[in-house]
Design a protein around this ligand. Structure first.
Ligand code: PMP
Length: 348
């Protein structure tokens, strides 16, 4: 049959399980807190009759709100259907396939899917023994760079100094910093977009804004980069945000207090849970994200993962050629983490 050959070779992304029954779900880095009240009020006030109409393809209302929020111009903002779609669009738009795209070998697994799908040559640059990226690996000739900061699934944050050096050292490549987890203690590269026309910062509402189900992601960068994304978007005729995403996505930016409080709570719980896990014999990486990447000194991660699942607690198990026997545990509410720790106590 007439399939593109590379489709058969693509290794699809395997998402975390979405259990239907009531469980403690610490496997896909969702936010345990509900969306802001402003979102809930706006939702209640929406008129379903409006769904008769097509949404504004430019999502102008949301783009304007994001521009105001981040202190940039509208021409420096591109909004899309979750950051996965924004990132896929970036791969299509900026990674031209002539030279390899660089990204860390321990990283967000979707990057590999997109390069295979879009037939983009790539090179995975090894992280060091502490899971940190090796800066000098990003100064070789390349057709673009993408680095998540903090990284996934490790949670490790790279300093802005290193990020800036990489951006500055690659003026002919687009450098994308995927900041899906930036609001949990990292420092955004956003202020650098004014200085570097080759830098694109991508963020999402899925983690720190408690809106994974709404599907809102966005890219911030130089006007020319944003224009290129829009040109591809309209040529492709896809990635149109729906009315709810535009309205609720605008509303969520109006509740800074809740945003600060809920992300602050998650960071506090993360540090507490990390310490408690360490007391039980786990080694935990220093995470600046809403998850903890951990390994036990004696009991295999797979065993802990399976036994927790039997008890209705879902975490993510990692074991591949680069990462041996780790658990990635999303930071839930304090009470959920207490239950997790109590079950782990019984397993060890
Ligand atoms: N980047 C990274 C590093 C992620 O872990 C995720 C979430 N799986 C995403 C991007 C995509 O998030 P979303 O599409 O929900 O915005």
């Amino acid at each position: 049959m007439g399939f593109r050959k590379n489709i058969r070779r693509v290794t699809p992304y395997v998402p975390g399980e979405q259990p239907q029954e009531k469980v403690i779900k610490l496997n896909t880095n969702e936010n345990p807190y509900p969306p802001s009240k402003k979102v809930q009020e706006t939702l209640a006030g929406l008129n379903p009759a409006k769904l008769r109409l097509y949404p504004d393809p430019a999502a102008t209302k949301l783009v304007t709100a994001l521009a105001d929020y981040y202190g940039v111009s509208q021409e420096e903002v591109f909004a899309g259907v979750g950051s996965d779609d924004v990132l896929a669009m970036c791969f299509l738009t900026f990674f031209n396939g002539e030279k390899p795209v660089l990204f860390p070998d321990v990283t967000y697994s979707f990057y590999k899917v997109w390069v295979e799908l879009f037939k983009i040559p790539f090179s995975c640059q090894p992280v060091d023994e502490n899971f940190k990226i090796v800066k000098t690996d990003y100064f070789t000739p390349n057709g673009g760079i993408i680095i998540p900061n903090p990284n996934a699934p490790t949670g490790i944050f790279e300093s802005l100094t290193v990020i800036e050096e990489i951006v500055a050292g690659n003026p002919d490549s687009v450098v994308i910093i995927d900041e899906a987890y930036i609001d949990f203690g990292g420092e955004s590269a956003l202020p650098l977009i004014k200085k570097y026309p080759n830098l694109l910062v991508v963020q999402t509402y899925s983690k720190s804004r408690s809106l994974a189900g709404l599907r809102v992601g966005y890219a911030l960068g130089n006007k020319e980069l944003i224009k290129a994304l829009n040109d591809v978007k309209y040529s492709y005729n896809s990635y149109t945000m729906n009315e709810y995403a535009i309205e609720l996505g605008t509303a969520v930016l109006k509740d800074e207090a809740y945003f600060k409080e809920s992300t602050g709570q998650i960071m506090e719980t993360r540090e507490w849970a990390k310490e408690a896990l360490e007391e039980k014999g786990f080694t935990c990486l220093d995470s600046r994200a809403n998850f903890i990447f951990a390994k036990h000194e004696r009991v295999p991660a797979k065993e802990i993962f399976e036994k927790l699942k039997e008890k209705g607690i879902y975490v993510r198990f990692w074991n591949d050629e680069r990462i041996k026997d780790y658990l990635r545990i999303t930071v839930g509410m304090r009470v959920e983490m207490e239950k997790l720790l109590a079950e782990i106590e019984g397993i060890l």
